[in-house]
Design a binder for this molecule. Structure first.
Ligand SMILES: [Zn+2]
Length: 343
């Protein structure tokens, strides 16, 4: 699995070091192995907190697109921060007695090693689930089956999902779905002027079944962190996609459970505007280059992860029911439908 004789990449080495350092706390395993350039990388999963099968759980994912290193760094930073806090933070210990955290910081190590968006076989993992969008998707970028020589390749029709995508979905299935409450946050970068949180669907303009819960979560977060300013919206408000893994996972959550997947998309266009030289570096389009900007990007999102932990600790305090849920549904529709761009 680890082969110190061959070149690795910094995020991978940091992850291995963290898992070793955090071994008494992190329960880690390898979800699948990926070979590239004559070496094998593990897709590592680490769990923290309670093992009770019905406890609320939060999955934090990164590195699905190999070029988007900042997302992986965000997850690694948060894991590191939790490890340090475990030394003194009794409230965190209490939270972890009731909540499970699951980390998968480098879903596509082969792509990150080779500095490609796709996996080593040229497949865009976030286009690799079998379902199709029900309306027009952007040319190529919405997912294409022309070939791996073009970006956004979905893989062959009818072929099994790529090992990394299948491993992610297995982790979601085993660790998140089926619990009364679970969240997923998947960290990406590159699209937009500002940071966005997208939720299903990417395949259709039809709203997800848990729009009231998503709207309430957004409202609670904005009230707790009033100056934050994520653009919080269904992915379909930006563009439709074939093969989105979170659509696929959301549709597989058993009835009577609540699974809320979110994609954190760190908007990079402002980084580029402030530092146009980034346009000439492939890594620079997806990652802030100046150290102060990287630090600002990294510190900005810890509050979101902490917030989800706090909401997961006592869902009975906020989960809406009955008339309240109906009212939230009406508010959510008014909020998002009014802003929906014309199809
Ligand atoms: Zn991405």
């Amino acid at each position: 699995m680890t082969d110190p004789g061959r070149p690795s990449f910094p995020e991978y080495d940091q992850l291995l070091a963290l898992l070793e350092l955090g071994a008494p706390w992190f329960r880690s395993r390898v979800a699948c192995e990926v070979a590239v350039d004559g070496r094998s990388f593990g897709v590592h999963v680490a769990a923290l907190g309670t093992d009770a099968p019905d406890a609320p759980a939060i999955g934090i994912f990164g590195g699905i697109h190999g070029l988007e290193r900042i997302g992986t760094q965000l997850v690694l930073d948060y894991m590191r921060s939790l490890l340090c806090r475990l030394q003194w933070d009794e409230l965190l210990h209490r939270e972890l007695q009731a909540v499970k955290l699951v980390f998968m910081p480098i879903v596509n190590p082969g792509g990150m090693h080779a500095a490609t968006r796709a996996n080593p076989r040229g497949v865009d993992l976030m286009r690799n689930a079998p379902q199709n969008a029900d309306a027009r998707v952007p040319f190529l970028a919405g997912g294409q089956r022309l070939g791996a020589w073009l970006p956004w390749y979905r893989g062959r029709a009818g072929a099994p999902m790529e090992p990394e995508a299948a491993a992610l979905l297995r982790v979601v299935e085993e660790e998140l779905l089926g619990r009364p409450l679970s969240f997923a946050v998947d960290c990406h970068s590159g699209y937009g002027w500002r940071d966005s949180i997208w939720f299903p669907y990417a395949r259709t303009h039809t709203p997800m079944a848990h729009l009231p819960e998503m709207y309430l979560l957004k409202t609670m977060f904005e009230q707790a962190h009033p100056h934050h300013g994520y653009a919080f919206e269904p992915q379909s408000h930006q563009y439709l996609l074939h093969g989105d893994l979170w659509d696929y996972a959301y549709d597989r959550a058993p009835a009577g459970t609540l699974f809320l997947p979110m994609t954190l998309e760190l908007g990079s266009w402002l980084w580029i505007k402030k530092n146009p030289r980034q346009l000439f570096s492939r890594a620079g389009i997806f990652n802030p280059i100046k150290a102060h900007r990287t630090a600002r990007v990294l510190r900005r999102h810890v509050s979101l992860f902490d917030f989800l932990g706090r909401t997961a600790f006592a869902p009975e305090r906020w989960l809406p029911e009955g008339v309240h849920r109906q009212q939230l549904l009406a508010q959510a529709r008014a909020h998002w439908q009014d802003r929906k761009p014309a199809p």
